[in-house]
Design a binder for this molecule. Structure first.
Ligand code: SF4
Length: 332
């Protein structure tokens, strides 16, 4: 007979009531064996929470990386880092290309457009792209760029952005040159000015402790992320992080489930990246199809590399009982 321990049963029961679980409880769940009955019960609980809260909606927010090039910030997990040696010249995708991707997304019923830039990309140029897209398509825009202050946040809003993707990365300050406090301050800017904050706990790899992972999951709850799932680190060819194994989709699905329990009644969706089936049974309902540059790819246009298209993402969701044709919950 398969049985849950009292401790795991009580945590799952609490989460199922949308009550907040503690850090110790989250750590207990993160330490479950992925092949255990208890892990499947955890995934079921997270899945059930999301199917109730998000009413069966499968979300697709198209990532458009508007430029590729050797970024001097040299985050060690990023294929766009100068030190990775993959990109030696700058590639700026043209307005025509960006517009064509946005219109394609609209024709395929995407629910959001995440506009990503590398670390030194012109902020003014990002604002121009926002204004251009705002006029051309009706899909809500999300900026994924550097740390900003209040004035720059207001400018993003004026340019037509409704939200901002901004992860405090696992290994921030160790695998990146950025100060964690400054990254967290930017979250406060979003909350102060009314930009929705979008997040993933990322880039999760075998080098991260469960404590570090849990802390970022709770940060997302504290700052009320609109969504906060899990993305794993990808070992692109020649990655300096290649000495550490990538985590499996099975392990990622467990983390997605724990993060879903932690977020409780706060999120409007729950993401995972890259798109795969397992996490759609453990609380995730949001995928990021991708075009343009990607920090996980050696190709300047990830559409021709690792990136999954919107049609593929929609199909995976339908197979797992999520309906991508319903209205998005993120912008309500
Ligand atoms: S993650 Fe961003 S800031 Fe860091 S190297 Fe890559 S593009 Fe530059």
């Amino acid at each position: 007979m398969l049985k849950l321990s009292h401790a795991v049963h009580d945590i799952l029961k609490k989460a199922d009531d949308f009550s907040e679980i503690t850090r110790d409880e989250a750590l207990k769940l993160l330490r479950l064996d992925v092949n255990s009955f208890e892990n499947y019960a955890l995934m079921f609980t997270a899945d059930n929470m999301s199917r109730k809260s998000f009413k069966g909606k499968g979300e697709n927010h198209l990532h458009i990386g508007v430029n590729a090039g050797p970024c001097p910030f040299n985050c060690s997990f990023c294929s766009l880092a100068e030190n990775a040696g993959i990109f030696t010249k700058n590639v700026d995708f043209s307005e025509q290309e960006i517009l064509a991707w946005a219109k394609m997304a609209e024709s395929k019923s995407a629910d959001g457009l995440n506009i990503m830039t590398t670390g030194t990309y012109s902020f003014q140029r990002l604002l121009e792209i926002g204004r251009l897209l705002k006029k051309a398509v009706s899909i809500p825009l999300v900026a994924n760029t550097r740390d900003i202050n209040h004035k720059e946040g207001e400018q993003l809003l004026e340019a037509g952005f409704a939200g901002a993707y901004h992860a405090i990365r696992l290994g921030e300050g160790r695998d990146t040159p950025f100060k964690r406090e400054k990254r967290v301050h930017t979250l406060q800017v979003f909350n102060d000015i009314g930009l929705l904050w979008m997040n993933c706990v990322e880039p999760a790899g075998s080098e991260h402790s469960y404590e570090e992972i849990a802390d970022l999951m709770f940060l997302a709850r504290r700052y009320k992320a609109a969504y906060s799932g899990v993305m794993r680190r990808i070992n692109f060819p020649g990655s300096p992080m290649g000495i550490y194994p990538m985590i499996s989709e099975q392990e990622m699905a467990k983390m997605v489930a724990v993060s879903r329990l932690i977020m409780g009644s706060i999120p409007k969706a729950h993401c995972t990246h890259e798109p795969h089936t397992a996490s759609l049974l453990s609380g995730a309902n949001l995928f990021f199809p991708e075009v343009g540059s990607s920090p996980r790819d050696g190709k300047a246009d990830t559409e021709k590399g690792r990136g999954k298209g919107i049609e593929d993402c929609r199909q995976i969701q339908k197979e797992m009982g999520w309906n991508p044709d319903l209205v998005s919950n993120v912008w309500k």
